[in-house]
Ligand binder design. Structure first.
Ligand SMILES: Nc1ncnc2c1ncn2[C@@H]1O[C@H](COP(=O)(O)OP(=O)(O)OP(=O)(O)O)[C@@H](O)[C@H]1O
Length: 353
């Protein structure tokens, strides 16, 4: 069994601490995705697991082995990077087998393992080609093949698809999901891409400034975020947030012409500020007569995004399908079901439940 466990893992560069005591368990065979804003420490954490960055303090275990001070080569991991540095003068087959050859693996076994990786990645027709005669997606498949032939216990992916164009990304995303299903190894994957995180992950780890904000399944995080940061980070377009004031058994929203939303969530005392959050998918628009107006409308084919201008200047985005009766520039009435709203402490940003 080869899950990955981090115990109070810390990374400091000189005086600067960038990873602040991460505790995390990734089960054997699990597909775990690290997400978070730029600079939050996703790549650093992955590189610490790989052994490419020294872990300043704490423990990293792969399976039952403490690998905190082990060389990358001894960890049983293989890493796939954003830029796939293939050897230009070698064929696809030679590129995939090179690491094994350097390790003195017998020729017959190299052929067998390369053949198996090639079958999994559907590279059979390209084995004798040089990298320059491959598309970007095919090159990245070869880079993944190089990882597979080593038979690692854990695969580490650092934004492997971010250099590919949109269409190829979709194809490769499906490939990686299939690969995970077929070989069942533990995989840890860093990405900026919402869709990759939501579709690939068994478990998403949301990081912010070197700290874990929340760990959960994609839908678990989407439906039940612990705080405003996670609520805003998971889901696209992002959840709308508006300042509100507690009033009676609910809140009043100044941005939406003092609309009242009732709730049985435990709110602070009357008159206190809270933040209300509503996802763009949960709002409907109709013709209105208040100060909220429809600004820009973006048509994306199947869906449209409506950007509302509110009295307070807070931005509200509404996702709609089909033709809308409301025209750009016109006043709109905003509606949503009270149970679709989430409430957050105005200061700590913790979810109120
Ligand atoms: N050698 C270094 N010395 C000091 N600080 C560093 C060093 N390398 C990285 N950092 C800092 O560590 C933090 C985490 O960087 P990291 O690359 O892990 O972030 P990331 O979440 O992967 O970002 P991105 O999504 O932009 O790739 C950043 O604030 C970065 O500036």
């Amino acid at each position: 069994m080869s899950g990955v466990t981090l115990k109070n893992a810390i990374k400091r560069y000189g005086e600067t601490q960038v990873i602040h005591g991460i505790d995390l368990t990734i089960d054997h065979g699990e597909f775990c995705v690290f997400v978070g804003p730029s600079g939050c420490g996703k790549s650093t954490l992955l590189r610490m697991i790989a052994g490419l960055e020294e872990t300043t303090d704490g423990v990293i275990e792969i399976g039952s082995r403490d690998v905190t001070r082990a060389d990358p080569a001894e960890r049983g991991i293989a890493m796939v990077f954003q830029t796939y540095a293939l050897y230009p003068h070698m064929t696809v087959a030679e590129n995939m087998g090179f690491g094994l050859k350097m390790n003195g693996v017998a020729k017959a076994e190299i052929t067998e393992r390369v053949g198996e990786a090639s079958r999994i990645l559907k590279l059979d027709d390209y084995l004798e080609r040089k990298p320059k005669a491959l598309s970007g997606g095919q090159r990245q498949r070869v880079a993944i093949g190089r990882a597979i032939v080593r038979g690692p216990e854990v695969f580490l992916f650092d934004e492997p698809l971010s250099n590919l164009d949109a269409e190829l990304r979709v194809d490769m995303r499906v490939e990686i999901a299939r690969l995970h299903k077929e070989i069942g190894a533990t995989m840890i994957y860093v990405t900026h891409d919402q869709v990759e995180a939501m579709t690939l992950a068994d478990k998403i780890v949301v990081l912010r400034a070197g700290v874990i904000e929340q760990v959960g399944s994609p839908l678990g995080l989407y439906n039940d975020p612990d705080n405003k940061f996670v609520a805003g980070f998971i889901g696209s377009p992002s959840m709308n947030f508006m300042e509100a004031v507690v009033e009676g058994a609910g809140v009043r929203i100044p941005a939406l012409d003092d609309m009242i939303v009732a709730t049985d969530v435990a709110l602070p005392a009357a008159g206190q500020p809270v933040t209300i959050g509503v996802r763009p998918q949960n709002i409907t628009l109709s013709a209105g007569d208040g100060t909220t107006t429809l600004g820009l409308r973006e048509h994306l084919g199947g869906v449209a995004y409506d950007y509302l201008d509110t009295k307070t200047g807070e931005r509200v985005i509404v996702e709609s399908r089909g033709e809308s009766e409301v025209k750009s520039g016109a006043p709109v009435k905003v509606s949503f079901a009270a149970e679709d709203a989430m409430f957050f402490d105005a200061k700590t940003e913790a979810r109120l439940r």
